[in-house]
Every structure is written in structure tokens, then in C-alpha cells.
Ligand binder design. Structure first.
Ligand code: HAM
Length: 424
């Protein structure tokens, strides 16, 4: 019996991977223009890092982490998100001493033991960006502008930017108490999860999908009406900058993030095209996080986009198929051997070249060239070989011409406008 992969952990196959590469390339280009540098952190961290940062009472820490003991008995976890590991690295390497503002981006697999469904997996991939060191609302607006630009450049429409503010340690406790009191008299209507955590994590009831919780919280006090002066001014400025940059957004005062480290601005890019997994990107400000994990009191803000969800939205449209520049159809052993050497020469110059290794007929080699989408086909038989030439067929224009084999490389370079990148 063959061995299948693990449930909720997917292979990304040729044909799909081109969309991923397009998304990653677009993100790198956009992030670069905003001055972000890449950081790569390990896939596993000490479990304690996630408990301390994401929060002990969150779904992620309570029930979704892949945690286990290593052979020395230390509790380690597959990372369920990227912000905590990146902040851990920032503190460990004291990156804040090198610059007062650190703009970092990362990409890679994350792991959460959730119930798999369309758009929700146990191994998924995030592309994330974080800015540490400045709490100016301009930074919030810039991060949102970068996110907006990514969606535009990636050609992903049908998304809406929703923003909220979750307050800070000064104003949130009072709002929390208010919400606990509000929920306390409506406990009977809440789902079991919200009932259990209404004291420890009352905000979660606001974005709970259960009908009972939705109805019970319909009249709940709004967090935005209970912000302290500092948070209120900050949020107003963020909105003002977004307006000034003509970035569309909606305020959603019921948006609650599933991670405890957020303060002030939070946001999500939502879509109606992915059912209940409607957040394609999400993030916010986390001004206490760096200190909480043992670093200095530095503010931070960032987001992560889910690559699977982006790829589902993008589909295969508009991602250019990677076609071979040339397919060498050699007929007979000598022609096949010569084709092989020619192919190597072309590849060394950076041209994508393919050939047949199975001694197939011309007809079936042409069929294969067509299937691969080759732009040109070189037809090389015994006769052509003896006169040092071959027929070069332009598959798009449906024309053909004779070329000398010793000229093939320069003809192809001229046609395809390609030279090896290191010689360019
Ligand atoms: P998050 O909302 O937990 O935030 O995840 C961010 C994004 O990752 C989601 O909007 C979604 O697109 C994707 N995602 C999350 N879970 C899954 C899953 N099981 N399957 C597929 N995609 C998923 C964070 O992780 C924060 N670290 C974001 C952040 C960065 N906040 C500040 N900086």
C-alpha cells in the first residue's frame, strides 16, 4: 500500500506552483520598494515563545499547536505564525541596535492543527512583514498601503480592507470589564467555547460565527467608543492618512484577532470568495510584544498573508506559463546526439530548451513540443545533419526557415532576446 501525505498538509504541484512563484515574486518586489529586508527563522521554536506571545487562552495555543518533546525533553513547537519567531530573532540578535526602525519580511510554512477545509490547512504558508521601533500612525498607514499595493500588483480583486482598533493596556481593561458584564447576563445564548472563555477572552464572542453568539452580541458595546484619548487620536490619524492616499477601507469594530498581542490598529483583507475562510491577510499593531518576550519596549506592526488563500483567489489566470524557447526534434541517433549537444549549449546561455529522449517519431515529437508550448522547434534529420543545417519552425507564427547549426545559438538569442543573466 502506498503512503499518503498527512491530512491538511498539501503538495504544491507543477501547474499550481507558478501561481505561488508569481505571488512570492510580486510580494518581494513590493516589499523591496518599501524598504523591507528578508529574515529567515527556524520552523520550530521553544513552546514557551508562543505561549507568552500569542496568549495562553487563544485557540492557537490551547488547541492548535504541534508541540512535542525533543529527545532532551524540551517542549518545542512547529511555528503556528511568524511574528513571534521574528521578534525573538530581533531581540536575540539585538537588531534594534543596528537601526531604530527595522522592516522585515518573511515567508514559509506555518502549522496549526485546525479542521481542514477549503482555504484552511494544517500546514499553510504565510508571507508576512513587520515594522519594529516606531509607533507613528504613519507607519500603520504605510503598512496598509503596502498591503493594498500588493493586492493591486498581484491583480487580486474582490477584497476589502477592514480596520479596527483594539485599544491599549490603558483603555482595554475597562472595555473588557464592560464586555464581561454584558456577556454575563447573556451566557445562556453563547456557544460553549464563548461561555467557557467569556472571562478570560471576552472579545472573541464578538466575532464568533455561532448564531447564538451573533444574536447575543448584536448590541454589545463598541470597542471604538471606549478608546482612550491616545488610541482614539492614533486611529483617527491612520484613517486620515488612508483617506489621503485614497486607499479604500471599511471600519469593522467587531473585528477581533485570534492572537493576544495586538494593541491599537488591527486589520484584515477579507474576501467573499472563500466561504468562511474569508481573511486573506491579517495583522495589526503589537506595541507590548517585544518587551513581553524579554526585549526592550519597542512598538511593532505587521501582517501576514495566507499564500494558499491568495493562490485560490488568483487561480491560474494571468500567470504566464513557463514555455520552452525551443524544442529540438532529432530524427535518428546521430541527429539526436547532435540535438543533445545543441540543447546543452542553448541551456548554458539561459534558454529553456527541451528534447525527446525516447526515439519517438517526428509526429509524436511535434505533439510533445506543442504540449509543452515551445516557441520554436528545430527539426533535425539525417539529411539536414549532413549539410550542417536544420529547419527552425516558429510555432506561434506557423512559419519556418533554414538555419545553419553553428548559427542556431545566435539566431535563438536574437529571437528570444535572452542572454545568460550573468553575462548580460
Ligand atoms: P493570522 O490571522 O492568524 O495572523 O494569520 C494570517 C493569515 O494567515 C490569515 O489571514 C490567513 O490568510 C492565513 N492563515 C491562517 N491560518 C490558516 C490556515 N489554517 N490555513 C490557511 N491559511 C491560514 C497571524 O498569523 C499574525 N502573525 C499576523 C501578523 C503579523 N500580525 C502582525 N504581524
Amino acid at each position: 500500500m502506498s503512503i499518503a501525505g498527512i491530512k491538511g498538509m498539501n503538495d504544491i504541484l507543477p501547474g499550481e506552483v507558478e501561481t505561488w512563484q508569481f505571488l512570492e515574486k510580486t510580494a518581494r518586489e513590493v516589499f523591496r520598494t518599501y524598504g523591507f529586508s528578508e529574515i529567515r527563522v527556524p520552523v520550530v521554536e521553544k513552546t514557551e515563545l508562543f505561549c507568552r506571545s500569542i496568549g495562553e487562552t487563544t485557540d492557537i495555543v490551547e488547541k492548535e499547536m504541534y508541540s512535542f518533546e525533543d529527545r532532551s525533553g524540551n517542549s518545542i513547537s512547529l511555528r503556528p505564525e511568524g511574528t513571534a519567531p521574528v521578534m525573538r530573532a530581533l531581540v536575540q540578535h539585538k537588531l534594534y541596535n543596528l537601526d531604530s526602525i527595522n522592516k522585515l519580511y518573511y515567508s514559509g510554512p506555518m502549522f496549526r492543527y485546525e479542521r481542514p477545509q477549503k482555504g484552511r490547512y494544517r500546514q499553510f504558508h504565510q508571507l508576512g512583514a513587520e515594522v519594529v521601533g516606531v509607533d507613528d500612525p504613519k507607519v500603520d498607514a504605510q503598512v496598509l498601503a503596502m498591503l493594498d499595493q500588493f493586492f493591486q500588483e498581484a491583480g487580486i480583486a474582490d477584497v476589502e480592507l477592514q480596520i479596527n482598533s483594539l485599544g491599549c493596556p490603558e483603555c482595554r481593561p475597562a472595555y473588557r470589564d464592560l464586555l464581561v458584564a454584558y456577556l454575563e447576563v447573556r451566557l445562556e445564548s453563547l456557544c460553549d467555547d464563548c461561555k467557557r472563555r467569556y472571562r478570560t477572552n471576552p472579545l472573541r464572542a464578538l466575532d464568533c460565527k455561532s448564531t447564538g453568539c451573533k444574536a447575543a452580541t448584536a448590541e454589545a458595546p463598541s470597542v471604538l467608543a471606549h478608546l482612550c484619548c491616545g488610541c482614539d487620536t492614533h486611529f483617527g490619524k491612520v484613517r486620515g492618512y488612508l483617506d489621503g492616499m485614497n486607499i479604500p477601507y471599511a471600519v469593522n469594530d467587531r473585528m477581533v484577532r485570534g492572537l493576544d498581542y495586538y494593541t491599537k490598529t488591527t486589520f484584515e483583507m477579507v474576501t467573499t470568495r472563500l466561504g468562511s475562510q474569508n481573511a486573506v491577510a491579517a495583522g495589526g499593531r503589537y506595541d507590548g510584544l517585544v518587551k513581553q518576550i524579554g526585549g526592550p519596549a519597542l512598538s511593532g506592526i505587521g501582517f501576514a498573508m495566507g499564500l494558499e488563500r491568495l493562490a485560490l483567489l488568483k487561480g491560474d489566470e494571468a500567470v504566464v506559463r513557463d514555455r520552452p524557447e525551443i524544442f529540438l526534434a532529432g530524427l535518428g541517433e546521430a541527429a539526436s546526439d547532435r540535438s543533445f549537444l545543441l540543447m546543452q549549449e542553448l541551456q548554458r546561455q539561459g534558454l529553456r530548451a527541451e528534447m525527446d529522449f525516447e526515439g519517438r517519431s517526428l509526429k509524436s515529437q511535434m505533439r510533445r513540443a506543442d504540449k509543452l508550448g515551445a516557441r520554436y522547434v528545430l527539426i533535425l534529420g539525417e539529411d539536414e545533419l549532413s549539410r550542417g543545417g536544420a529547419e527552425l519552425r516558429d510555432m506561434d507564427a506557423a512559419t519556418q526557415e533554414d538555419v545553419q547549426l553553428d548559427q542556431l545559438l545566435s539566431v535563438m538569442i536574437e529571437r528570444c532576446g535572452l542572454v545568460r543573466r550573468d553575462k548580460a
